[in-house]
Write a protein that binds this ligand. Structure first.
Ligand code: GDP
Ligand code: GDP
Length: 465
């Protein structure tokens, strides 16, 4: 049996936003159809490899109490009652409010496992709220942005820790964390402002370097920058904001963002695994291209795949560096094998750039930086509506959309509304009925025709009327 999770917190902290992220947008759309009564109190949800039920607290309307406060309290108590685990959410931007303490007490008394979640970490001012969170006596908060999907790996780990692996992973875990390019139905992708659309190579290219511990991140950063003193950068506790280093490669301006590796030596006592993901994330937030470092001698560990998957889901431009290439003997054979594995284990982005390097000898740096720039350009691509629709006509002619329930689906029009990464809106009849396999056919065609390899792409289906 999957476990049940409740998201608890005062209004406006971001509970529904997280609920929608966990339960999936598709579901929300189905449920919002007028005339469909929503009687289900919990919804199937997913967080990476975890499958569970999330309780729709807003749906607990039976709770009768005269005041709003009373109703909230009753709803909360009911949700806690039904749940196996509670996520207690605070708004890190607003800090800890008196109501938060009330909820924290309720939760503590329930005796249920609780994970404290500090939301809205995408906002700069959120740092102090996290420090306040300690007052609640619920331990170390997991820092997330429900809106932007940041911190989801940490949240997953915290849930597993609070519930115990046996309970959290009761269902068969999947082989690896594999998500596909994001397909949204009926929901708009936020359009870019026009100025972002043009590739401008005079602006600094923003890079972060991430990877699990010991893959060679610090060695790589120091070799790239050629200066040891970076290791003595700001220490944890003094400032935890991400910092960047300005640098150049063949005249191209680069901003390299701080990662765990750069600071690791300053705080050995911390749990390295956790550090690499959460600290790396802060850097990822600011980066355009993210170099994911793998150890070529121990490639494709679960954590490697999780990190790569996260970068892709964040919509960043990923480049894989297979480091420690100096230790590999059968280089040609190994490279072919690693490329095959990349395609198989990270299928969510076709044509991922993956480059062998040695951080220690400096081999492969030029190829790596070429891959970074190429991926960055693709990530910035903009394709004209005319070209897109000429292609669409051919693609739908060659392989028309299927019929569903006796009626043929129609795909009418495509336009790119976003870059960084490229995002497209496809107008069609009955978007909700369009099979994923057909959307995937279109995505593959888009990649091939417009050379969109190596970056995540987004496609949203919209009703045409
Ligand atoms: P609820 O009342 O707790 O369900 O909160 P909502 O999910 O409705 O969110 C309240 C407001 O906070 C909305 O305007 C959201 O867009 C915003 N919000 C939610 N999560 C985040 C986040 O991670 N970052 C930021 N900046 N805003 C968020
Ligand atoms: P981080 O935890 O990812 O920052 O990894 P480090 O940069 O601290 O490197 C971990 C270990 O791998 C150190 O002992 C490095 O000397 C070693 N290392 C890093 N890059 C290379 C490389 O290209 N070749 C070899 N042989 N060892 C490397």
């Amino acid at each position: 049996m999957a476990f049940k999770l409740a998201i608890i917190g005062r209004p406006n902290v971001g509970k529904s936003t997280l609920f929608n992220r966990l339960a999936g947008r598709r579901l929300a759309i189905v449920d919002d159809t007028p005339g469909v009564t929503r009687d289900r109190r919990s919804h199937p949800a997913r967080l990476q490899d975890l499958k569970f039920e999330v309780i729709d607290t807003a749906g607990l309307e039976s709770a009768a109490a005269p005041t709003l406060e009373g109703r909230m309290r009753a709803q909360t108590e009911q949700a806690i009652d039904e749940a196996d685990i509670a996520l207690f959410m605070i708004d890190a931007r607003a800090g800890v409010m008196p109501d938060d303490a009330t909820f924290a007490n309720l939760l503590r008394r329930s005796g249920k496992p609780v994970v404290l979640v500090a939301n809205k970490m995408d906002v700069n001012a959120a740092r102090s709220g996290v420090l306040d969170a300690w007052e609640l006596g619920l331990g170390d908060p997991v820092e997330v942005s429900a809106e932007h999907g940041l911190g989801m790996s940490d949240l997953r780990d915290a849930i597993v820790e609070a519930l115990g692996e046996d309970r959290a992973l009761a269902e068969e875990p999947e082989e690896a964390v594999l998500t596909t390019d994001e397909i949204t139905v009926g929901e708009d992708i936020e359009p870019d402002s026009e100025e972002e659309a043009v590739y401008d190579s005079s602006k600094p290219l923003r890079i972060a370097i991430v990877g699990r511990p010991n893959v060679g991140k610090s060695t790589l950063i120091n070799a790239l920058l050629g200066e040891e003193r970076m290791l003595t950068g700001p220490e944890a506790g003094i400032t935890r904001d991400s910092i960047s280093v300005d640098w150049q490669w063949r005249g191209r301006k680069i901003k390299l963002f701080d990662t765990a590796g750069m600071r690791r030596k300053a705080r050995v006592q911390e749990k390295l695994e956790k550090l690499s993901v959460s600290d790396g994330l802060r850097a990822v937030r600011f980066a355009e291209v993210v170099i994911v470092v793998f150890d070529a001698t121990i490639p494709f560990e679960k954590q490697d795949l999780q990190i790569a998957d996260l970068i892709i889901r964040e919509g960043r431009a990923p480049v894989i560096a297979f480091n420690k290439w100096d230790l590999i003997e059968d280089r040609q054979e190994t490279l072919a094998e690693l490329h095959e594995k990349t395609a198989r284990l990270l299928p969510q982005v076709r044509g991922l750039q993956a480059v062998p390097i040695s951080a220690e000898t400096g081999r492969g740096f030029d190829k790596l930086m070429e891959a970074v720039e190429k991926t960055h350009r693709t990530w910035n691509s903009r394709i004209s509506t005319g070209r897109l629709n000429r292609w669409l006509e051919g693609a739908t002619g060659q392989h028309p959309p299927p019929a569903v329930a006796g009626r043929r689906l129609k795909v009418k029009y495509i336009t790119q509304i976003k870059t960084r990464p490229p995002g497209f809106v496809v107008s069609c009849s009955r978007p909700e009925a369009m099979p994923q396999s057909y959307v995937r056919y279109l995505m593959n065609g888009l990649r091939e025709t417009f050379n969109l390899y190596g970056v995540p792409i987004r496609v949203a289906l919209r009703t045409s009327d």
